[in-house]
Design a protein around this ligand. Structure first.
Ligand code: NAD
Length: 958
């Protein structure tokens, strides 16, 4: 079906490709769709629900039907064949509704770019090119982005030409030229200006606040195999623009009639583009069905290219005079006041039924059958208002144009050309130039003289108003498709309105119209109009569904960019990591950190290793790498005041040289994080956080400082990685420390609990804190991270110290009833629920969460509170998360749960298992028997205090 000559394809080069197992050829400049049509392939997909054959409907990104699977060189599911540029070796196949994701990792690279500009023009059709030209050449930074491979927009698909009334002083003289050549020359001139960037193959997908616009650029090697390794396949552009001109054009829309989804039914403007741009005849004999003049231009171009036009069926009583004359000249019959009642054919169009249009809304009757293999349709044009709407701009229904047009803008943006409802070439060129000039002045903030009169169409016949025509009335609506990709028909829409639905948003969800990957570009307003028809209201009253980003589907790979694989979630290791690996540690992931979990010896399982490690810490001495604890330096004249507001307890009273445990709550009074605060100097604190929450706490501090308390003179700096921390734990820890730190007075009186000292340990400058997360005598030794391994090795070289991991740490702290934020808490737990009323200041005037502690809900007696649980069988280990019930018999659902197990372990020190749990009424149930499910049976447990080991705190000083 390839024409003898013409089209913007390189006929000298032949590309081979495979579709559904058959090899075909095409040329550079083709899309997969144009190449398939050139080879006479009509059916390219099968519909998702009804299994109906589907063909190519459009020539652009609005395609609602011809969605294919790319197989090679790299699988890409669900791409419109109309947007896939042809390349050598392309392998594609039709899909029954759904695509397939790749099973192998994608070897290609994806990138992201940040860009700033004064004027961003979206769309390089006549309006966009005129806008960019008006804004360029004055020092303003201009970006011109268009989703297609070539500039020119709709000009690429027509035979129109453009005249420059006068030479442009910046861009030089131009002459009358065919539209596509004018577009190429203008884009090339723009690209040559240093402050202008022309981005072809770049789809703007989202418009956000503050004129932040996101685009995806498909590089020339988008899907091609011969990708240079250093070129990313796709790039995400994050653009911040002072002003935006949306010259995104218009999408032609279909009309609902019987069989309007058959392969061979095509939008009129798209058929015209196949003939002119790609040199392809989409059929041999065509019927044209229209409600406006634009389809006449399509009919004439196709007729001149050799397609027989069986008739133009026009619902209007009469077309524009110039168009009627053009039809007469070509001997084309015009059936004014008629409609197409059905497209007929088995697998593709072979005949078209035509009948008289009944303005009274009665069903039209097919009176005449016209043989045709192509049916061109134009129900009107919808301005591409998606981005304008996403920017917050409002839309209004224009009765005259029969479509939605941009109304008021909320950001520094305006629509231009067909995107604004201007449907003549001269109008689009003038409108684009004016919008570009306004954007330039706004960006510069001053008046700027216009440089040259805008270009105009060389010849343009006058157009008569179109008719807003949507639906050919019939008695059976089961093949009047509104959304072919979702197989939604007029019958489905009527079923929805019949069920009582009125809102187009509800009808969209009920019928799924507009939810496919084209997001209703050609079907959205048609659905609205059918709803309006059914409800007997105006189209404007029904309105449209919300236009949301992305405008076109985006690959996850593009959004991920380089943040993939190991870069997606970096692995963090401590300064001591290599020792842990060399000594057989198994690791646990805590946040991004790898923490030693336990160090099994030959023949030991986890249980044996943990019991041994626990025993060492309780009876002798053991050490843990605690470097992952979050550490934040808080410094400044108001640091003490700041911490008083953040923590529930008082921090300003802390003496230099002392350490205090603290809890932070959210404004709702629920525990957010806990840790210790060290006062290093009058205006300098070091705060430690839980490992997993370090970034969140820093973020929290910054948020309060920057938004609520900007008057506080405080700086917060993460120093987590700057320090290596070793916890030295157990009754013999003092002896080990004394040996390694001869200068340090280690006696209980000289170095009391909750203080810190500056000294040398193993010859390394160190800050030693006397704090304990196990109840035993313990020290936390901090050195710079590059000395961490040396410190740890020196401790291990004493031969006295057992290394232990996070599992043992958990057991030791649980025996003492110390909760872990995020394990024993879940965002619904107050410090009081954890038995820590003492950590909530009664004296401080205010702190985050204080107000919430006087709410009735936080003082309820039956809140879930932390308790200990002892299974009656001391060998039974309760599963963490197990729910607790009152009776021994399984209760009827819904089960009235009393709480759940948060931590559960075997204890060497207690010689049995135990658990911590959050239980309704908590401590008031001490001594009660409850039941927990273990392995399918309910086992009895006794409620007890959450402090099970050394409740007097006798072991703290060794
Ligand atoms: P255009 O359609 O020529 O160009 C719009 C360009 O924007 C296209 O290349 C499109 O691919 C691109 N685009 C759309 N959305 C995009 C996005 N999100 N990201 C990147 N690119 C995007 O539009 P125009 O410049 O306004 O010119 C319209 C032309 O069409 C005029 O010549 C006009 O006469 C003609 N037209 C005529 C009728 C009629 O009824 N006779 C109707 C509509 C349009």
């Amino acid at each position: 079906m390839r024409r003898e000559s013409g089209g913007r394809i390189d006929r000298g080069t032949t590309l081979r490709f495979i579709f559904d197992g058959t090899e075909y050829t095409g040329h550079p400049g083709d899309t997969l769709a144009s190449a398939l049509l050139a080879n006479g392939v009509r059916q390219v997909a099968t519909s998702v629900k009804l299994g109906r054959p589907r063909g190519i409907v459009s020539a652009g990104g609005e395609e609602p039907s011809a969605v294919v699977q790319i197989e090679a060189p790299f699988p890409e599911p669900m791409l419109p064949a109309t947007t896939v540029e042809l390349y050598e070796g392309l392998v594609a196949s039709s899909i029954p509704g759904q695509g397939r994701l790749a099973t192998e990792p994608d070897p290609a690279r994806y990138d992201a770019v940040h860009a700033h500009c004064d004027v961003l023009v979206v769309g390089a059709g006549p309006a966009g090119l005129a806008a960019a030209r008006a804004a360029a050449g004055t020092g303003a930074r201009v970006i011109l982005a268009d989703e297609r491979s070539e500039p020119g927009g709709s000009l690429l698909g027509t035979r129109e030409s453009v005249t420059e009334p006068e030479a442009d002083d910046v861009l030089g003289p131009q002459e009358v030229s065919p539209g596509a050549e004018w577009a190429a020359a203008t884009a090339a001139m723009l690209d040559g200006l240093p402050e202008v960037r022309v981005l072809p193959r770049t789809t703007v997908i989202g418009y956000y606040d503050d004129n932040y616009v996101v685009a995806v650029e498909r590089r020339t090697n988008h899907l091609g195999a011969a990708a240079p390794a250093d070129v990313a396949r796709e790039r995400v552009w994050r653009i911040r623009a002072k002003r935006v001109v949306l010259a995104t054009g218009a999408h032609e829309r279909s009309i609902a009639f019987a069989g309007n989804d058959l392969p061979g039914v095509m939008l009129a403007g798209s058929a015209r583009a196949y003939a002119n741009r790609y040199g392809v005849l989409p059929g041999r004999r065509a019927v044209v069905f229209t409600a406006n003049d634009s389809a006449y231009a399509a009919a004439f171009d196709l007729a001149d290219a050799g397609v027989e036009i069986a008739a133009i069926v026009d619902v209007r009583p009469a077309p524009g005079a110039a168009w009627a004359a053009g039809a007469r000249e070509r001997g084309i019959e015009v059936l004014a006041g008629h409609v197409v009642t059905a497209a007929q054919g088995d697998g593709q169009v072979c005949a078209v039924l035509v009948g008289r249009h009944r303005p009274d809304g009665e069903a039209a009757v097919g009176e005449r059958e016209l043989a045709a293999d192509l049916l061109l349709v134009s129900g009107g044009w919808n301005p591409v208002v998606h981005l304008f709407s996403q920017s917050g701009g409002t839309l209004r229904y224009d009765e005259g144009l029969g479509t939605l047009v941009p109304d008021a803008s909320r950001q520094a943006v305006e629509a231009a050309g067909a995107a604004k409802g201007v449907f003549t070439l001269t109008g689009c060129l003038a409108d684009g130039a004016a919008a570009g000039h306004r954007a330039l002045e706004a960006a510069h903030g001053t008046a700027v003289a216009e440089r040259a009169a805008p270009p105009r169409a060389t010849v343009e016949p006058a157009t008569a108003p179109g008719a807003a025509f949507w639906l050919v009335p019939a008695t059976d609506y089961r093949t009047h498709f509104v959304d072919p990709q979702r197989d939604v028909t007029v019958a489905d829409v009527l079923k929805a309105t019949g069920a009582g639905l009125r809102s187009v948003e509800h009808i969209k969800r009920y019928t799924t119209a507009g939810t496919a990957h084209d997001q209703g570009k050609t079907s959205g307003l048609l659905t609205t109009a059918i709803v309006a028809h059914a409800l007997g209201v105006s189209v404007g009253e029904v309105g449209s569904t919300t236009f949301r980003a992305p405008y076109a589907p985006v690959s996850f790979a593009a959004l991920a960019g380089r943040d993939r694989g190991l870069l997606h979630d970096p692995v963090r290791v401590t300064a001591l990591h290599e020792w842990h690996v060399a000594n057989g540690a198994l690791f646990e992931n805590v946040g991004q950190w790898k923490r030693p979990w336990y160090y099994p010896r030959a023949g030991e399982d986890m249980e044996a290793a943990v019991l041994r490690e626990c025993a060492a810490a309780r009876e002798s001495v053991a050490a843990m790498d605690a470097s992952t604890l979050g550490k934040i330096d808080v410094i400044g004249p108001d640091a003490a005041e700041f911490l008083d507001r953040l923590y529930t307890n008082l921090m300003s009273s802390l003496a230099v040289g002392a350490v205090r445990y603290g809890v932070m709550c959210r404004p709702d009074g629920m525990v957010f994080d806990d840790g210790t605060v060290i006062r290093l100097a009058e205006e300098h604190f070091l705060v430690t956080t839980t490992t997993g929450n370090a970034a969140a706490v820093l973020d929290w501090m910054e948020e309060w400082l920057q938004t609520e308390w900007p008057e506080l003179r405080v700086h917060c700096t993460s120093v987590t990685e700057q320090w290596a921390t070793v916890a030295l734990v157990g009754p013999r820890s003092r002896e080990v420390l004394a040996g390694l730190a001869p200068d340090l007075a280690v006696g209980a009186a000289d170095f009391p609990f909750m203080t810190w000292r500056e000294t040398e340990v193993a010859g390394i400058p160190a800050r030693v804190c006397r704090i304990s997360f196990s109840g035993e005598l313990a020290y936390e030794i901090n050195v710079t991270s590059w000395d961490g391994l040396r410190l740890w090795t020196a401790i291990m070289d004493t031969g006295l110290v057992t290394p232990y991991g996070t599992e043992t740490m958990h057991v030791l702290r649980a025996e003492k009833g110390y909760p872990i934020v995020g394990q024993d808490t879940d965002g619904t737990v107050t410090p009081q629920d954890l038995g820590m009323s003492w950590v909530v200041s009664k004296k401080k005037p205010d702190f985050i969460g204080k107000r919430s502690f006087s709410r009735a809900d936080t003082s309820r007696a039956d809140r879930k509170q932390l308790v200990g649980l002892l299974p009656e069988d001391p060998a039974v280990l309760l599963p963490e998360g197990a729910h607790l019930v009152a009776g021994a018999e399984p209760p009827e659902p819904p089960v009235p749960t009393l709480g759940h197990v948060t931590s559960s372990y075997r204890s060497a020190a207690l010689g049995r298992t135990f658990a911590l749990a959050l239980v309704r009424g908590g401590p008031s149930r001490a001594g009660e028997r409850l039941y927990a499910p273990v392995g399918g049976a309910l086992v009895p447990v006794t409620v007890t205090s959450h402090v099970l080991y050394d409740p007097e705190g006798a072991r703290r000083d060794g």
